[in-house]
Design a protein around this ligand. Structure first.
Ligand code: SAH
Ligand code: SF4
Ligand code: F3S
Length: 440
């Protein structure tokens, strides 16, 4: 590697889950603290951070095509850092395969980025995929300016080892951030403009403080902070869904009526092979309890089709579950064999054509369910948290309490909570009629 001038501008591109989005924001703040500024829209950056996702093969391969695209006509390239879960999983391989990359930094080590940039400027390539004891969070600068809806990572890593999943390897063991650090960061987010905070974790409901209190205590403490209007959390694992957390949906008005609880399959044999450690019945029982606590709760989930050995009949069980639950929205994926996971070695890998057909059927059912949920919201009044302007004159976009996208026209500003009546429903959004501004 040759020496390069210190970068003056940066661009961070995040892929994958919301935790990666959060990490991307934190890296951007870290770079800004070093005096590096965001590259203006349409202009090339001196430093590009690719914050990657390893969850499925397609996502993981994307990093190499992205690196290729960063090359200029004369063969040179900006400084490139590969961060995130592909960095963690394939650090050395990236270095070997992509000479244009000068830094590889794992999700637990990105606070060391400034030192790595200094090395890169001096012509040294480096890989840092440590999971150090001192957490990155202690080393990051304070949040400055955020939108009305902000993310706050409270928990990282996973101890569940579902047989298809790379996350326990890329993000490490479950670790909870301390209660007092989280309250302090939440307060800074609110000062920086947040009205809604979404608590993030690979298994967010596994969050525990040292005193062993669970996520509901954190939610209660956050709800007491003036200026914070809404609280959400994602992603939850069925096995960590405590009664205390379910009760919070009844007792804490600022906790929004939305639960993302992945199930993956509607068949117990498949769930067992996935090592999910819950059954269809135990999953449905949790949904019954959350509905008892909060009857209007909107439900969401994740599904995998074509797990090794999944038969047609077993897949039909998943369709039946979707029918039964009435999800408000969901994510669904074709199974992707990930190197190093037990499922990748299992017999009965399902052909791609079969997976395509199953995914199409599942998505049709999920889309129908989402539309039905949206239609059932018609006539309701609710508050919309305004996140941005719409395309039309005087139009605003925001979210309902049930995480639906809602657009309306009238007087409002970003960050307002505006009371609307839901008057039209499409598959992906609703339109609202402004009743009166709730604040300001
Ligand atoms: N911790 C969360 C989800 C993390 S990954 C949970 O367990 O709910 C997000 C989603 O990606 C998973 O819920 C699963 O549906 C999907 N996923 C994970 N590994 C996958 C794989 N190998 N192939 C296809 N989808 C996968
Ligand atoms: Fe992956 Fe399972 Fe952990 Fe979720 S719970 S991150 S799917 S291993
Ligand atoms: Fe992807 Fe890593 Fe998130 S693999 S889904 S970015 S935890």
């Amino acid at each position: 590697m040759r020496r390069t001038p210190p970068p003056r501008t940066y661009r961070v591109k995040s892929f994958g889950c919301q935790m990666n989005v959060y990490d991307g924001e934190r890296m951007a703040e870290l770079l800004a603290q070093q005096g590096i500024t965001p590259a203006p829209e349409g202009e090339e950056a001196d430093l590009v951070v690719l914050n990657t996702c390893h969850i499925r093969e397609k996502a993981a391969e994307k990093v190499y095509s992205d690196i290729g695209r960063l090359k200029r006509e004369d063969g040179s390239a900006p400084l490139i850092a590969v961060a995130g879960c592909v960095a963690q999983a394939e650090g050395e391989e990236i270095m070997a395969r992509a000479p244009a990359v000068s830094m590889v930094v794992g999700p637990q080590a990105y606070h060391r980025l400034p030192a790595m940039i200094a090395d890169a400027v001096a012509g040294k390539r480096a890989v840092d995929t440590d999971m150090p004891a001192q957490t990155k969070f202690d080393a990051l600068p304070a949040r400055r300016k955020v939108g009305p809806s902000a993310f706050l990572t409270v928990q990282e890593g996973c101890d569940k080892f579902c047989t298809y999943c790379v996350v326990p390897y890329t993000r490490g063991a479950e670790v909870s951030r301390p209660f007092k650090d989280l309250l302090a960061e939440a307060e800074r987010l609110i000062e920086a403009g947040a009205k809604e905070i979404t608590l993030l974790g690979q298994n967010v409901n596994a969050w525990r403080d040292e005193g062993n209190c669970g996520l509901e205590k954190l939610i209660e403490a956050l709800a007491a902070i003036p200026g914070l209007e809404r609280i959400r959390y994602t992603t939850s694992h069925p096995n960590d869904m405590t009664q205390g957390l379910l009760d919070a949906h009844r007792d804490v008005p600022k906790l929004m009526p939305f639960l993302h609880l992945p199930v993956q399959s509607g068949n117990d044999r498949v769930l067992k092979a996935m090592n999910r450690s819950h059954t269809v019945a135990s999953y449905l029982e949790i949904l019954d309890r959350v509905r008892a606590a909060r009857p209007d709760i909107a439900l969401s989930g994740d599904f995998i089709v074509g797990f090794p050995g999944e038969t047609d009949a077993e897949f039909e069980d998943t369709l039946r579950l979707v029918e039964q639950v009435g999800y408000a929205q969901c994510f669904s994926f074709k199974y992707s064999a990930r190197p190093g996971t037990p499922a990748a070695e299992m017999d009965g890998q399902v052909p791609l054509t079969v997976m395509d057909e199953r995914l199409a059927r599942l998505q049709a059912a999920l889309n129908a369910s989402q539309l039905a949920f949206n239609r059932a919201s018609l006539g309701k009044t609710c508050e919309v948290l305004v996140e941005r302007r719409g395309k039309l004159q005087g139009q605003w976009l925001g979210k309902s309490p049930w995480l639906q996208s809602v657009h309306f026209t009238g007087e409002a500003a970003i960050g307002d909570l505006i009371r609307v009546e839901l008057v039209e429903a499409g598959p992906n959004s609703l339109s609202g009629r402004l009743l009166q501004p709730a604040h300001g």
